[in-house]
Design a protein. Structure first.
Length: 143
């Protein structure tokens, strides 16, 4: 996937290991994006480029205390809220229709500052009754 720069120079690597029926699938995205702090919250923003198959998608991550919100807008749209020990239901909009999903967060650890850092997530995603175990690490490097 091709990604493009937003407003300042942070390298953002999102690596997700998803386990389905005992088989692992690893997806990794790398982007240049922005990081900022405002009113006690931390914001990470990056955008994927348009391809022949899809339009661009912007992603905003908001860390607020013990929760992480990920908003995606564009080719796919969603609003996911992660908080350890909590469930969150949300619609996942695609060009082909909307799918209802639910996530349950097992672990959320954030070590993030203006100098960079990491966010670690472990959660279960449920789609139409099927459960997918996810272990995600987001790395932010000032550069």
């Amino acid at each position: 996937m091709t990604l493009k720069n937003t407003d300042n120079s942070y390298k953002i690597v999102v690596r997700n290991t998803q386990t389905i029926d005992g088989e692992q699938n690893i997806v990794e995205e790398t982007a240049l994006g922005s990081y900022r702090e405002k009113n006690g919250k931390q914001y990470i923003t990056y955008r994927t480029d348009e391809t022949k198959e899809s339009e661009s998608t912007s992603s905003t991550l908001i860390i607020d205390g013990d929760s992480l919100t990920i908003r995606r807008r564009g080719n796919t749209s969603s609003h996911m809220v992660y908080r350890a020990g909590h469930r969150h239901s949300f619609p996942y909009a695609t060009p082909y229709g909307t799918i209802d999903m639910e996530l349950e967060t097992d672990r959320l650890i954030s070590y993030l500052s203006e100098h960079g850092g990491t966010i670690e997530l472990a959660y279960t995603l449920t789609i139409q009754g099927e459960k997918y175990l996810n272990d995600m690490k987001i790395t932010v490097v000032k550069g």
